[in-house]
Design a protein. Sequence first.
Length: 665
Amino acid sequence: MIRQRLAWLWLLLMSACLAQAQHAADTTLHIREVIVSSKLTFREVIPSQKLDGAELQKLSALTVADAMRYFSGVQLKDYGGVGGVKTVDVRSMGTNHLGVSYDGIMLGNAQNGQIDLGQFSLDNVDEIALYNGQKSAIFQSATDFASASSVYIRTRRPRFLHGERQHWRSKLKYGASDLLRLSSIYERQLADSLALSVSGELLTASGKYHFRYKRKNLDGTTAWDTTAVRQNGDIHAERLEANLHGVIGQGTWQLKGYLYNSERGIPGAIVNNVWSRGERQQDLNTFFQGQYQKSIGNVFSTKWLAKYAFYRTHYANRDTTRLPVDNLYKQQEAYLSTANVVELLPNWSASLSYDLRWNKLWADTYNFARPMRFTHALSVATAIDYRRLKMQASVVGTYVHDRVRGDTKHVERLTPALFLSFYPLGSARWLSLRAFAKQSFRMPTFNDLYYTEIGNANLRPEKAAQYDVGLVLNRHFQQGAIATLSLQADVYYNKVNDKIIAYPKGQQFRWTMLNLGEVDIRGIDVVASLSARVRRDIITTLRAQYTYQRSIDVTDSRRPFYRHQIPYMPRHSGSFIAGLEWRDFTLNYSFLYTGERWNEQENTAYNHMQPWYTSDLSLQKTLKTRHCQWRFSAEVNNLLNQQYDVILNYPMPGRNAALSVEVTI
């Protein structure tokens, strides 16, 4: 019934759009486009890995997390299904070391430090960029400087051509697991320097899919081999987002409101012949944020950011085989930031940034600590661009003040970073060598410190050191079949100290958090892309990435897992994307590979997990009519129907398909 109502709603919206398009066709107003630029705003030293809107449309990806699988050095923790939690680990640093920026402001989660990237749809995303170390630009917030790595999600910004005042785009998608998804974006030019955009999305799915459950004993005999249907993976979610974009003299401003509401089942692990769980979770995530940026000539620029967020999580476990759980969590966050950059000399600039963040967590559990945290961050940075050399240096001072039941806890850290880029061919800047060294840390989360009977208030922050050396080749050809050729290759070394882990207290079901871990990480990342024009009307694009990671536990030489690969981190992984465009048709093939892994600290045969790979195929057809543009798409995911787990005992979907139609007015 819900899916039928969504389909009817989409048809009604399309009728309204077509009627509006007929009216808009008679409008002949000229809307001036204003472009703001300053050489101070972004002086990047080390390039990032990026996927833009056109590339994202071709992928068989539903969320930001799905798209990030195609970046080198990234491992996605996916618990399966449409509504499953999806978090990202970059270069084995751990999920909590990744900063996630949504339209210029970092997302926060002081409760567990993890951002579920599966909650962010791709339908209104213009670009996803991944930076290792940090975004190498000095005009940014102090929080941006502090992250060990960062992903920047930039949503669609309204653009209007001559005579245009509004746009409307709507998309309907139906696929396996009873997936039905409706999304719409409306953009309106309110004035020459003011635009409004509103986007919404409705998602519903049963989450059911067939999977094969097969396990072997150590002697090679079969312990389990059966086929079942994944249960309790349903989801119903709504997302609503509104933006105001403004342009002023040598500056811009933006206001954003965001709401995400979901009710989902948590399938749980397939163990002990249990095929379904009774866990349910409701999430209500809202935030309001604003940013203001202005330049004074080419000498000085300032940026101000502000945000308030409220997160509500209701978790219930009504599994009859376990003790019932019904808990409510409420999390608040307030954030204020200012960044300022000044041009000292034509090739030398400096910046000063300050951030203030306030977090509070409330829960209805017995004897909950109800912690409150104030975080102050001050950064000083400088950038030099002289002939063949680009250099950036920064230092961040962070002061954290926790208040719990009248007691206080203070943490102070100073973290420097240095980024270099050298052009050996002089003015021909298509080849560059790069390097960086950076120190960072991450505070223990509220759960790490204060969770009832598990938290440890004496935890120290995790400390990380990163070192990277690489090269970038980026060529554009005016003649010949090849249009662009790009190559990035890096060798890196990371060291994480005082890694926070859960450790048994000596009694069953009694655990605590301790600083016991030390991880040694060495790796290689390679990314290559090519675009070529085979004929006048045929364009081919290729993109490949490969990652080698040796991430070993060097905590204690007396432990049996000393110098073993850390859990779920493969030595080898990679991806390949091939696209073919012919007239109004687009064919895209994508391949993902993850090598052998181990699901426990000891790399034994019992804990070994086989490599897995998937192939996805999609075909798109674009059709232009007088007043609108239609895009029809068909996709088949996991084409070869491989049965695999990303996380042990959480089976992933086999072969599945989806159809979608999108109209833009």
